[in-house]
Design a protein around this ligand. Structure first.
Ligand code: ATP
Ligand code: MG
Length: 557
């Protein structure tokens, strides 16, 4: 990575290594719940966990926290694995599932019952809520709290066998209903759920709660540093309690602030709503902050890793500006994406003094990369330029093509606009120009200057393409910050997608493959859409514009 920003977790791990803690080993894990696709926030956690393991010669496990049975999980499991690999990380043979630990978690629950530390409770979820108390008010003990060990063992066993309907009984930890920390007020460990699980099938009809499963799963895997987001800080005493009561390996939990990105949402629940309610075309819609979406949009793993490093790791929640992510993408693509010419809103130009022939001009593939070489671009009598690059009656500050004005065509010639052709409605249909053969590929021998260089495409050689331009998915900087009576979907940007048909692309892109990335000169970075692009009818996504809001970005770094 290029930039190392303050990362207090790195310092803690380095300190532990220096002190010879954990026998000098570092084991981390990335523990997604397979209930949605990964998003840019997860990328931060992935980079942190896998990154630390790499840096300190340790291991990072991929563990699916699949304690909650649900039908669609396999699709999510597959997408999560693909996304982690795409980001550039590998778990080797360290692929785990919390569901693999159901047997051990059950045995540990029995152990806690025997230690008098857990009991079967018949309160409904609603009653439990009433008994729980509030932040300022102590909770009330459940009338079932004093059941004997024998009765608890018997009832829990019968819960496992499926004798009780869902919602009628839970297993709860016996801790402290008066605790200032609500998580410690006899939290539920198990509830009945007569539901099939994507991995264990119908073997279980009771499932452990996340809080009961998480710490022990880390413990089973010998995790040394259990890194999680701040909202789990209040759960740490509970995780500690379970591990201490069970007397098993105790990972060190360290919390960090989650990543929030401007103009988007990073909550799987909200992203699922965008998908289900049809605001986007799917989890991989290029406007989504999911890894599947931004990959399709053309973002690179290198750029995302660099972004995660740049935003650093801290203890305070903050909102990172989307411009920083775009900056990182631009920075990487600037070095790696070949530059080509494409015209998104074509205007026909006829070079009246050019012979009926074609010729091939040398174009530089990437001035930032000397190894990228050159290519041949066809030039002919009829060309397309961008509509924006011509004005019939230009204001003073407009330096591009206009009647009587001379400009340079990139890699080609100086051309001068002689007149325009209009249709019956007075709309310009063609621009007629002359060219100066002496200016081929460079400057005028007589030293005369032009004030603009335009991109262009030869009409007879151009490829027709669809180009999709994107804006932020939300107009509001913080769509999570919902005003009264509103829903976050009210802030969706109606102009987040603009489709341009009939764009003209230079022919060197004829064989471009799904996911290939390019800079369209003067227009931005684009990639071949991996879903809708077909041979003969290519579709390009604009990954990011060329514009840099430097002042803004400098402030963020
Ligand atoms: P969501 O709120 O989107 O549902 P989650 O935390 O429930 O996210 P998990 O699948 O449980 O999703 O997350 C896996 C890991 O990724 C957890 O360790 C979690 O802390 C981390 N993570 C999730 N969101 C972010 C984020 N925005 N920034 C950093 N880490 C995150
Ligand atoms: Mg979660």
């Amino acid at each position: 990575m290029e930039t190392q920003v303050s990362n207090f977790i790195r310092s803690i791990v380095a300190g532990d290594m220096a002190a010879g803690k954990n026998n000098g080993k570092v084991i981390t894990r990335f523990p997604p719940e397979p209930n949605g696709y990964l998003h840019i926030g997860h990328a931060k956690s992935i980079c942190l966990n896998f990154g630390l393991a790499e840096e300190f010669n340790g291991h990072c496990n991929l563990r699916f926290d699949d304690t909650n049975p649900s039908k669609e999980e396999q699709e999510y499991v597959d997408s999560i694995m693909a996304d982690v690999r795409w980001l550039g990380f590998e778990w080797g043979d360290r692929l785990y599932y919390a569901s693999d630990y159901f047997g051990r978690l059950y045995d540990w629950a029995v152990q806690l019952i025997k230690q008098g530390k857990a009991y079967v409770c018949d309160l409904s979820f609603e009653e439990m809520r009433q008994y729980r108390g509030t932040l300022t008010e102590a909770g009330k003990e459940s009338p079932y709290r004093t059941r004997s060990v024998e009765e608890n063992i018997d009832l829990f066993e019968r819960m496992r066998k499926g004798e009780f309907p869902d919602g009628s009984k839970t297993l709860r930890a016996k801790i402290d209903m008066r605790s200032g920390n609500i998580n410690m007020r006899d939290p539920v460990m198990y509830r009945s759920k007569h539901e099939e699980h994507h991995r264990t099938g119908n073997k279980w009809c009771i499932y452990p709660m996340y809080d009961y499963a998480h710490g022990q799963s880390d413990s089973i895997e010998g995790v040394t540093h259990s890194i999680c987001t701040l909202e789990y800080e209040d759960h740490r005493p509970l995780y500690d309690w379970y591990l201490d009561e069970l007397g098993i390996h105790h990972p060190q939990q360290i919390e960090f602030a989650r990543l929030n990105l401007s103009h988007t949402v990073v909550s799987k629940r909200k992203l699922l709503r965008l998908v289900n309610e049809g605001y986007v075309s799917g989890w991989n819609d290029p406007r989504m902050p999911t890894l599947a979406g931004i990959r399709r949009r053309g973002y690179t793993p290198e750029a995302i890793r660099n972004f995660c490093e740049r935003v650093g790791v801290g203890k305070k929640e903050s909102l990172v500006d989307m411009a920083l992510l775009e900056f990182c993408v631009r920075e990487h693509l600037n070095k790696t994406a070949p530059r080509v010419m494409a015209v998104l809103r074509p205007f026909k130009v006829v070079i009246t003094n050019y012979p009926d022939q074609e010729e091939y001009l040398d174009a530089i593939n990437n001035p930032e990369d000397p190894d990228a070489g050159t290519r041949k671009v066809p030039f002919s009598k009829v060309l397309y330029i961008e509509q924006d690059d011509f004005m019939e009656n230009p204001p003073k500050q407009f330096f591009r093509l206009a009647p009587g004005r001379e400009v340079r065509l990139r890699y080609a010639y100086f051309i001068k606009c002689e007149n325009v052709v209009k249709d019956d409605h007075g709309e310009i249909t063609e621009i007629h120009c002359t060219y100066d053969p002496a200016t081929r590929g460079g400057d005028a021998p007589d030293g005369r200057k032009v004030k603009a260089t335009l991109h262009w495409v030869s009409a007879q050689h151009a490829i027709d393409a669809e180009v999709r331009l994107y804006d932020t998915l939300f107009t509001k900087e913080e769509p999570d910050d919902v005003e009264e009576g509103k829903d976050f979907t009210d802030y969706i940007n109606p102009k987040s997608l603009e489709i341009r048909n009939g764009c003209k692309i230079e022919p060197s892109l004829k064989d471009a493959k799904h996911g290939d990335r390019f800079q369209f000169e003067r227009l931005g970075y684009f990639c071949v859409d991996a879903v809708d692009s077909k041979p003969g009818s290519p579709v390009f996504n604009r990954t990011v514009t060329l514009k840099d809001e430097w002042a803004k970005i400098q402030k963020m770094l």
